[in-house]
Design a protein around this ligand. Structure first.
Ligand SMILES: [Zn+2]
Length: 168
């Protein structure tokens, strides 16, 4: 029987609960299987540190279509276990590399080592409207869950996004 995961108290605090909109998912994140696998592998390999990276693909009004993922160095070394900051050089070199390739940067993924796959107030502060934010919960080096979030300008909160898989 799987053990009940320890959930840090802060995830039940008013500050954390205020980050999440109490609504059903209205949008969908469509992952290519390889992108999903790569993202989970990166998260497990980086444990117990928090890893981060970029989603590459295309976007329309109802969905994000994630074709590839790329790890980007987490330059927050002081709190590498529970904070992330994308290396701007890593971001720029990927941005440069994909120019004209038909894919664009459409989101940022990161892991939550030994924590639920729910965004924190810090995550909300650094989130960009229009980007998709998958969070991968990793307990004891293994992916426990994955949830996708979208920062919503109107509500000022993260809204949940349904995860589905591409047919190809
Ligand atoms: Zn986070």
């Amino acid at each position: 029987m799987p053990q009940k995961k320890h959930i840090p108290k802060r995830f039940q605090s008013p500050e954390y609960l205020a980050v999440l909109a109490n609504t059903n998912a209205e949008q969908t994140a469509v992952f290519h299987q390889a992108a999903l696998n790569d993202m989970q592998k990166i998260a497990e390999k980086g444990y117990p540190n928090e890893i981060c990276g970029l989603l590459l693909g295309s976007i329309n009004a109802q969905s994000w279509n994630i074709q590839q993922v790329r790890q980007v160095k987490n330059i927050n070394t002081e709190r590498a276990a529970d904070r992330f900051q994308l290396d701007p050089n890593g971001y720029q070199s990927i941005d440069h590399e994909i120019r004209g390739s038909g894919v664009e940067i459409i989101g940022v993924f990161h892991s939550h080592p030994d924590c639920p796959a729910k965004p924190s107030p810090t995550d909300l502060n650094s989130a960009w409207e229009g980007f998709l934010y998958p969070i991968i919960s990793v307990y004891d080096g293994k992916v426990a869950s994955l949830h996708c979030w979208e920062p919503n300008e109107a509500s000022g909160k993260f809204h949940p996004v349904t995860i589905s898989k591409a047919n190809t």
